[in-house]
Design a protein around this ligand. Structure first.
Ligand code: NAD
Length: 498
C-alpha cells in the first residue's frame, strides 16, 4: 500500500520530469515482502508521442556529436554507475528480488557494457576496399538510424536496459525506454544517472506504463526506427506483427529452455555446482536458466542424489539478507504459473524429487517464494521439458550417449544457451559444433555471458540479431557504402574497362 511517505516517480521526456497527462499511477512493490517501492505514472500513447517527438528532435544534434565525444559521456556514466553500484544493488534486491551477489552482477554488467561501448566511440570501424575502376575510392561507414524504442523485462532491470541503450547512444541514436512494470524504479534510476553523466535533454527518455499501451504505441509509432525488445516469445510475435506496417527494424531477444548435458566422464561435483547456479540462480528467472539437465545413464543416479542433497540445503529469503541463496519470484502470477507446471509435470508422469510448492513459512508468506523443484524421469517431449517455466524448476532427462544428448538438447523450439560437462575433448568439440544455440558453455553451466561477446539465440529465441559485443552495432547502425570517383570522367561499373 502506498502511504504519504511513498516516493513518486515521473517520466523523463525531452529533459523534463513529468506525470502522465491522465494523472493515473501504478505502484511497484517488492516481491520479497510487499513493501511499496514507489508510485509511477500510468502513461499511454500521448506520453509516448511526446517522448518520440523529443527523441526525434534531439537526434538531429546528437548524431552530429563526434562519436569519441559521445563515448566520453559514456565513460563518465560508467564511473557514475561504479559510484552507485551498492545503492543500485540494494534497490534491486528490494524491487526485483535478486540476491545481493546477483544484483551486484546485474549492475556490473551495465558498468562493463558502458566501458566497452564507450571505447567503441573511437572505433565504430567501417571498411575501405579497392574499386574495380581506376581513380575511384570505395568505403562503407556505420550510420545512426534515429529513434530507438527499448522495451525491457524485469529480470535484468539494469543490465538489459544498458545492453540496449548504451550501444544505441554511442552509435548516435536517441532512445525512448519503456521499463517493465515490475521494475520501474530501477529503469528510472538508470535513466537519471544517464542524464547526470551529461547526455543532452531528449537524447534519452523514459515512459512508464504497460506493454499493451506504452509498449504497443512505441512499436507502432512511425518515427521510431528501431525496436529492441527483450521478453517472452509471445510478446516478440506480437511486436513483430505490430511493427510490420511501418517496416520498423525489430531486434528480439526472447525465451529459452536451456539444457546442461552431463556426460559419463564429467566431473560430477563441478556439474552439480553448474546446475545449482544455472537452474536456481535468480530463482530460475533467467532466459539462460538451465531448466533441463540431460544426464548420461551411467551418472544419472549419482548426479540426481548429489543434486537433491544440495538443493534441499538452499536457503530461501529476501535478496538483501547475506545468507539467502534463493530469492522470491517476481509476482503472484509467476507463483501460479510455476505451480501450474508442477501440476503438469506430475500429470505427465514425471517424478517430483523435491520442492513443488510455494514456501510460506514465517516471513516468506509476505512474499512470492517457491521451493527449488526438481523433476526426474522426464521424457524430452513432456511440457515441463519443452516450455519455458521461468522459475526454480528443472527437469532431469536420462540419455544413453552423446548423440542422444545433443538430439534432446536441440529438440526444443528455443536456441539460447547450452552446456556440456565432459573431459573428452572430442565430445566437447562435437557439442560446440552441433548444439543449436547462440551460446555453448563447456564445463560451465548455461549462464555467465560476458559483454564483449555476442549474446542471443537461434530458432525461436530471436530473429537473427545479437545483443552486446560488436554484433550489437549491427542493430543500432545502418551501413552506407560510399563511392568517390576522382577520375574526372563518367566510369560505369560493370560496363567500362578498368
Ligand atoms: P514480457 O514479454 O511479458 O514483457 C517484456 C516487455 O515487453 C515488458 O516491458 C512489457 O511491458 C512489454 N510488452 C508486453 N506486451 C507488449 C506489446 N504487445 N507491445 C509492446 N511491448 C509489450 O516478458 P517478461 O515477463 O518481462 O520477461 C520474461 C521473458 O523475457 C522470458 O520469456 C525470458 O526468457 C525473456 N528474456 C529473454 C532474454 C534474452 O536475452 N533472450 C533476457 C531476459 C529475459
Amino acid at each position: 500500500m502506498a502511504t504519504t511517505g511513498t516516493k513518486s516517480f515521473q517520466n523523463l521526456i525531452g529533459g523534463e520530469w513529468t506525470d502522465a497527462a491522465s494523472g493515473e499511477t501504478f505502484e511497484s512493490t517488492s516481491p520479497a515482502d510487499g513493501e511499496t517501492i514507489g508510485v509511477f505514472p500510468r502513461s499511454g500513447p500521448e506520453e509516448v508521442d511526446r517522448a518520440v517527438e523529443a527523441a526525434k528532435a534531439a537526434f538531429e544534434e546528437w548524431r552530429l556529436v563526434p562519436a569519441p565525444k559521445r563515448g566520453e559521456i559514456l565513460f563518465n556514466l560508467a564511473r557514475i554507475l561504479e559510484r552507485e553500484k551498492t545503492a543500485l544493488t540494494d534497490l534491486m534486491t528490494h524491487e526485483m528480488g535478486k540476491v545481493k551477489a546477483e544484483a551486484g552482477g546485474d549492475v556490473q554488467e551495465a558498468i562493463d557494457i558502458t566501458y566497452y561501448m564507450a571505447g567503441e566511440g573511437r572505433r565504430l570501424f567501417g571498411q575501405t576496399t579497392p574499386s574495380e575502376l581506376r581513380d575511384k575510392w570505395n568505403m562503407s561507414v556505420r550510420q545512426p538510424i534515429g529513434v530507438v524504442g527499448a522495451i525491457t523485462p524485469w529480470n535484468f532491470p539494469i543490465a538489459i536496459p544498458s545492453w540496449k541503450m548504451i550501444p544505441a547512444l554511442v552509435c548516435g541514436n536517441t532512445v525512448v525506454l519503456k521499463p517493465a512494470r515490475d521494475t520501474p524504479a530501477l529503469g528510472e534510476r538508470f535513466v537519471e544517472l544517464i542524464a547526470e553523466a551529461g547526455i543532452p535533454a531528449g537524447v534519452v527518455n523514459v515512459v512508464h506504463g504497460g506493454g499493451g499501451s506504452v509498449g504497443d504505441r512505441l512499436v507502432r509509432h512511425p518515427d521510431v526506427r528501431v525496436i529492441s525488445l527483450t521478453g517472452s516469445r509471445e510478446t516478440g510475435v506480437e511486436v513483430l506483427k505490430a511493427a510490420a506496417d511501418t517496416l520498423t527494424h525489430v531486434h528480439l531477444e526472447l525465451g529459452g529452455k536451456n539444457a546442461i548435458i552431463v556426460m559419463d566422464d564429467a566431473d560430477l561435483d563441478l556439474a552439480v555446482e553448474g546446475i545449482l547456479w544455472s537452474a536456481f540462480g535468480t530463482s530460475g528467472q533467467r532466459c539462460t536458466a538451465a531448466s533441463r539437465v540431460i544426464a548420461h545413464e551411467a551418472v544419472y543416479a549419482a548426479l540426481q542424489s548429489k543434486l537433491v542433497a544440495r538443493v534441499e540445503k538452499l536457503r530461501l529469503g529476501p535478496g538483501w539478507e547475506d545468507d539467502t541463496d534463493v530469492g522470491p519470484v517476481i509476482n503472484k502470477d509467476a507463483i501460479e504459473k510455476i505451480h501450474s507446471y508442477t501440476e503438469i509435470g506430475r500429470d505427465e508422469g514425471a517424478t517430483l524429487l523435491t520442492g513443488g510448492e510455494p514456501a510460506t513459512d514465517g516471513d516468506l508468506a509476505k512474499g512470492f517464494f517457491y521451493r527449488p523443484t526438481i523433476f526426474a524421469d522426464v521424457d524430452p517431449q513432456m511440457r515441463v521439458a519443452q516450455e519455458e517455466i521461468f522459475g526454480p524448476t528443472t527437469a532431469l532427462i536420462r540419455v544413453r550417449d552423446v548423440d542422444e544428448a545433443i538430439r534432446v538438447s536441440n529438440g526444443i523450439k528455443f536456441g539460447l544457451s547450452s552446456s556440456i560437462f565432459t573431459r573428452d575433448v572430442n565430445t566437447a568439440f562435437r557439442a560446440m559444433r552441433d548444439l543449436e544455440a547462440g551460446i555453448t558453455y563447456v564445463n560451465a553451466g548455461t549462464i555467465g555471458a560476458e559483454v564483449h561477446l555476442p549474446f542471443g539465440g537461434t530458432k525461436d529465441t530471436g530473429n537473427g540479431h545479437r545483443e552486446a559485443g560488436q554484433a550489437a552495432l549491427d542493430v543500432f547502425t545502418e551501413w552506407k557504402s560510399i563511392y568517390v570517383d576522382y577520375s574526372g570522367k563518367l566510369q560505369r561499373a560493370q560496363i567500362d574497362p578498368s
